[in-house]
Ligand binder design. Structure first.
Ligand code: HEC
Length: 206
């Protein structure tokens, strides 16, 4: 009886395909797997270097630091430690003291995952003016691997287990390095690291 039901349902689903109607989770999966990852197409403000220095670097470091620092050790600031309205008030210190250490790690991993689609925003350039190769299959792969690694760190953070997070940082580090090896760290021949000319090949395909 139940097998008959299933086949009827399958027939109904098949006949609804032309409406794009997907009424259950199983049907949605293939469509998602086929979807081409895209970055948001509006409100472009910074170049790749600014995005990396401003968001990827600090948030990844927050996660990497769990290798050696227990987030549970974070202590609330003593009253007045961030200064007051009349003394040197430190917004950074004040803001950084609001959440627990583990919450900070959650937010860092979530931030990395959420901002990763920005790596696919068309029109962005590297600091050297070269367009970010958002259409290239390898760049898209590095980006989706980055998203997966950040989500893995978030899952690890939720366990509140330092070792789990430290393990997840292997994948996170690999995700950064895989892209950097190709699109950041290649240099023209005979150009030293640190030389402004060393940035010439950034964002360019080998
Ligand atoms: C999909 C590719 C890609 C991924 C993934 C990626 N980066 Fe980058 N990163 C770049 C490129 C390209 C540059 C060079 C940007 C420029 O010069 O404008 C860069 C530059 C940087 C810089 C600045 C270097 C400088 O010039 O001062 C830092 C820091 C950085 N990345 C950190 C990270 C970290 C940490 C991660 C992982 C959490 C990461 N990146 C993931 C492509 C990537």
């Amino acid at each position: 009886m139940s097998s008959i039901r299933v086949s009827v349902l399958a027939a109904v689903c098949a006949s609804m395909v032309s409406f794009g109607a997907v009424t259950h989770g199983q049907g949605a999966k293939p469509a998602q797997a086929d979807a081409k990852p895209e970055g948001p197409r509006w409100a472009l403000t910074g170049n790749m270097q600014q995005l990396m220095r401003g968001i990827f670097f600090p948030n990844a470091n927050m996660v990497f630091n769990v290798q050696t620092h227990d987030p549970a050790d974070k202590k609330p600031l003593p009253p007045g430690a961030a200064g007051s309205a009349t003394t040197n008030f430190d917004w950074n210190l004040w803001g950084a003291s609001l959440y627990s250490g583990w919450e900070d790690v959650d937010y860092a991993a979530i931030t990395l995952a959420e901002v990763t689609p920005l790596l696919l925003t068309p029109g962005r350039t590297c600091a050297n003016g070269k367009p970010v190769p958002v259409e290239r299959a390898d760049w898209i792969k590095y980006t989706t691997d980055m998203l997966e690694a950040a989500r893995k760190s978030y899952e690890a953070s939720k366990t509140r287990n330092m070792e789990m997070v430290a393990d997840s940082t292997n994948d996170l580090n690999d995700a950064c390095q895989a892209c950097h090896r190709v699109y950041r760290d290649r240099r023209p021949p005979n150009v030293e690291r640190g030389d402004p000319a060393a940035m010439a090949l950034r964002c360019t395909a080998p």
